[in-house]
Design a protein around this ligand. Structure first.
Ligand code: NDP
Length: 258
């Protein structure tokens, strides 16, 4: 039985993680759930998954969370703020941490989980882009493991020899000549600069193949996401930038290859 902290439980990755957890009750238990401001969504998830701890990142919402959990008949510990997120990620209620907070806000709790030796399932790509060596050192010092959740990197992880990444000191196998990430091209692939003049955030968030959170959807529409992913692959797999290339593959059938 793995006790899982889902950081960013109310998001796209968080929801998919909890779906997997709910399908395998003998293997996984969601012991910690966190959100930023979506109190009602967090309460609904707590009513379904009965965690030991619920954390709301915005401290101004802690009282509302407590009240609504009580009315929903959910009894669990409650905490708020970013220190509480880091404490939850490193505390003894979990052995596995799904880092699914979006953006720089996820860095502190991701590092805390790594330092505490948790099995760290990393979706929060911004953390490794911002602080690659620091995060890998923290994984190595903590003695836990780092598993990439970002689909392209998870595909590479599954294709590459097992040694390296789990130790927190990635070394690329000598036989590997190239890592290739695929890119769907997003909703605006093929449009000219003039055709992009009137696009809206809603159009940018309508990815042709995936339903994802708004930041990564916009990053996909601008292709910034692929830039982040090249940096992520560089750190995760210890690969020099010229070993990593990107191929546009609109069908998104293959996530990456080695
Ligand atoms: P979402 O926007 O759907 O969810 C973000 C989650 O983070 C929510 O639970 C949100 O809480 C919480 N959050 C937002 N801001 C803060 C903050 N300041 N402090 C604490 N918590 C916060 O994002 P995604 O699930 O799409 O993405 C999560 C991460 O996974 C990103 O780094 C993304 O790049 C990566 N990723 C996502 C993929 C996907 O398919 N969605 C694919 C590959 C990688 P609230 O709901 O209360 O706002």
């Amino acid at each position: 039985m793995k006790n899982v902290a889902v950081l960013g439980a109310t998001g796209s990755i968080g929801g998919n993680t909890l779906d997997v957890i709910a399908r395998h009750p003998a293997l996984f238990r969601a012991t910690v759930l966190t959100a930023h401001r979506q109190v009602d969504a967090l309460v609904a998830l707590c009513a379904q998954h009965r965690p030991a701890l619920a954390v709301i990142a915005d401290p101004a919402l802690e009282a509302e969370l407590a009240r609504k959990l009580t009315s929903a008949g959910v009894r669990c510990e409650i905490a708020s703020g970013h220190e509480a997120l880091a404490a939850a990620a490193s505390g003894n209620l979990c052995d596995t941490v799904v880092a699914a907070i979006v953006g720089a806000a996820g860095l502190q709790s991701t590092l805390a989980a790594a330092r505490a030796g948790k099995r760290l399932l990393l979706a929060n790509k911004e953390a490794i882009v911002m602080a690659g060596p620091l995060l890998l050192d923290a994984v190595a010092a903590g003695g836990g493991a780092l598993i990439p959740v970002d689909s392209e990197h998870n595909a590479l992880f599954q294709c590459l020899p097992a040694e390296g990444l789990a130790s927190g000191k990635p070394t690329l196998h000598k036989g590997v000549r190239r890592l290739t990430l695929t890119a769907s091209g997003g909703p605006f692939r093929g449009r000219s600069r003039a055709e992009l003049a009137d696009i809206t955030p809603e159009q940018a968030c309508k990815h042709p193949n995936w339903v994802m959170g708004r930041k990564i959807s916009v990053d996909s529409a601008t292709l910034m996401n692929k830039g982040l992913e090249v940096i992520e692959a560089h750190h995760l797999f210890g690969a020099a930038p010229d070993l990593i290339n990107v191929v546009v593959h609109p069908q998104s059938l293959v996530h990456s290859f080695v």
